[in-house]
Design a protein around this ligand. Sequence first.
Ligand SMILES: [Zn+2]
Length: 603
Amino acid sequence: MSTSVQDPPSLPSWDLSELYHAVDDPRIDQDLTSALEKAQRFESIYRGKISQPGISSQELLLALDAYEGLLRNQSRPGCYASLHYSTDTTDTARGALTQKVREIGSKISTHLIFFDLELAKLPLESFDRLLSDNCLDKYRHYLEQQQALAKHYLSEAEETVLEETANCRGRAFKRLFTEVTSRMKFKFEKEGQTTELTQSELLAYSYDADRSLRQQASQSLAAELQNNAHVLTFIHNTLLHEKQISDRLRGFEHPESDRHLSNELDKAVIDTMTEVCVKNFDIVHEYYDLKRRLLGLDSLAHYDRYAPLRPQKQQIDYNEARQLVISAFQRFSPKMGDMVKPFFEKDWIDVPPKPGKRSGAFCAAVTPDHHPYVLLNYTGKARDVMTLAHELGHGIHDLCAAQNHYLDYHPVLPLAETASTFAEMLVFEKVQETLENPEEHLALICEKLEDTFATVFRQISMFRFERRLHETRRQEGELTTERINVMWQEAMQEMFGPSLTLGEDHQWTWLYIPHIVNTPFYVYAYAFGELLVLALYARYRQEGESFLPKYFELLSAGGSQAPARLLQTLGFDIASPAFWQGGCDLIRANLEKAKLLASRQVS
Ligand SMILES: [Zn+2]
């Protein structure tokens, strides 16, 4: 892929040529056609055979191997299309390719839908008999998960219609959301000049030392969201309604039930985690009281949340960030240091912010036999260094999990944030050591606390908001923007208590959160991941190097085991409130550290 001429020369774009050369690469069509033909052949061989009570374990093994291979091959064009699209969502050719791949993907799926449905129809006795044969061990987890899903499947005809129409229902609205939010431009005035910023550029001002710039960024965000409120609210309402129908038809009791099922977690575990976090909101209240005093302000507004407590370092050069991340990984484990290098050396990362590029950052796993890619919008802020560490942590996780077959490759969401959060912790420790004075140390601890709040308590507040949003839509019908604004303000204000007031501008900010739109109830996975990582990091501190094999084993498991079972092997009981409280206590310990450093500063 060529590099756009406007890119700052120092910031590399990713090279997707290992997948395909361009939108019109003829291999895309060849691969799609071949995937479609293979799916048709698969159907002609196996339809009606899988649900036969007498099917042998060898027959099922052959079918599963073929099925896994089909899904693996099919995912390549899809990955390329969505990665290429994400760096310029305004390019109509890329949008069209994404849509085409999705449409053919749906066609392929219609030939494969029967497979999981027939597995689900297998009588329990046959199922037990099959699983008692070791030859199916590698698919044991997948088969058990299919059994759990069985009662939520509809008939094959219904599933086929839903799949074929998905691209002009929910998926289309999700795409519209990405396009609307990626095209938003934010007016910003600085030193007498008005410019138009991308979302990533604008949000970088939330961390600016100048309060008026922070406030202006908040107002500009609110103004542009308000401009788009009609279409964004419409998208939310449509998706809420679609999920309501789907949950009713599929027999999911609560709006979040299907997420728990795909996360392989019991509702009780997440309810316990949520309750424990809410009980610990006073950590946030106390922290922002301290921050208000440190900033010397009478009261804090929402745009002061990330106000810096130390003079901002000049831009952190991307190369400097790269060195820092590599050396932090290297110190933890030379193996991890080596694993991360090709991301830089082989251009697996798309670094610069560009007009039309998706905002934020992500790491995209392709298949076990192809490396992942990372997307950034690097603006040189300290936060961007942590984001780089975070996404590369995901990358490490994907590389470790590559020993699994495709059906067990992706870790379930609550474990998907383990390596990313752990990687941030490694970089944080490294940065902490480079600090010269207590003021800087205090500022760094405060930044860490703010990040942790954003990952734990903010996500829990969003989870509660989402729950209420779905429930209210189900009770009251279509919701107005204003109605949702109120729910959003209430949910988020609870976390801050009296320590900080969320102003008018803040009420619009639910409108552009991609997770709520793209993957309902994704957010609690962040809190789960961070609290788990606090426990893992504490363990690493205790055990030193002997912790490393256990850590890599956890990552290498990918999606091959349910979280509760996998974490049990490390001695963690996620059903117990004490486990989650342990994580919150570690956050509180950081708050106490900050208070102590602050009291020394004052005296
Ligand atoms: Zn992440």
